[in-house]
Write a protein that binds this ligand. Structure first.
Ligand code: FMN
Length: 180
């Protein structure tokens, strides 16, 4: 299975969680890892290149820090630019059919905040529905998200390195084992 990881972090240099994940990814040659903000500092996304990369991978992991209950803006733009009418959806737009997508996100809030009645009122699955529907609208397969909660608490290096290992295991797990 060809796996591409698209990291969308506006400032990976100051990141701890997503940088720890990136470091762990780099220990495994099997993943094609991209850094969206580094590749497109002027936000001019190369649509043809992105579409070709999507075609040549079976599974796409979208890794980002959770910002204002969603993804950072360059990833939103990536969807808008790359998932075009007639390619991703609409007449003849079936190029993403059966591609697997996994959202992998890190939050400042704890798991307890992300529940009915909790600080954030809703679960992460509820917040991610626009991405889920974008992918399913384009006939992609949306697999359950990987979430690292409480990623910003101090002195959490051990936690983050454990989460990084769990992340690597998760993104290469067969879809039938992720959906149960
Ligand atoms: C602009 C901004 C918005 C954020 N919004 C949220 C949010 O909506 N929910 C949340 O739990 N954490 C939020 N956070 C915290 C980030 O999710 C957290 O800093 C990040 O996941 C840590 O990852 P990193 O070390 O790779 O940067 C926000 C942080 C920033 C800078």
């Amino acid at each position: 299975m060809n796996i591409m990881v698209i990291i969308a972090h506006p400032n990976l240099e100051t990141s701890r969680a997503n940088r720890a994940f990136k470091l762990e990814l780099s220990r495994h040659a099997k993943f094609d890892v991209r850094n969206l903000y580094q590749e497109y500092p002027n936000w001019k996304i190369d649509v043809e290149k992105e579409q070709q990369l999507l075609l040549s991978h079976d599974r796409i992991v979208l890794q980002f820090p959770f910002y204002w209950y969603g993804c950072p803006p360059l990833l939103k733009k990536w969807f808008e630019d790359v998932f075009t009418y007639g390619w991703a959806y609409g007449p003849g737009g079936d190029y993403l059919k059966d591609k697997e997508f996994i959202v992998a996100t890190t939050t400042g809030g704890t798991k307890n905040c992300y529940r009915a009645g909790g600080d954030n009122w809703f679960t992460i699955s509820e917040f991610l529905k626009p991405i889920q529907r974008t992918i399913t609208k384009c006939n992609g397969t949306y697999l359950p998200a990987f979430v690292t909660y409480g990623a910003t608490s101090q002195d959490n290096d051990v936690y983050l390195s454990q989460e990084a290992k769990r992340y690597i295991e998760y993104i290469q797990t067969y879809s039938s084992l992720l959906i149960h």
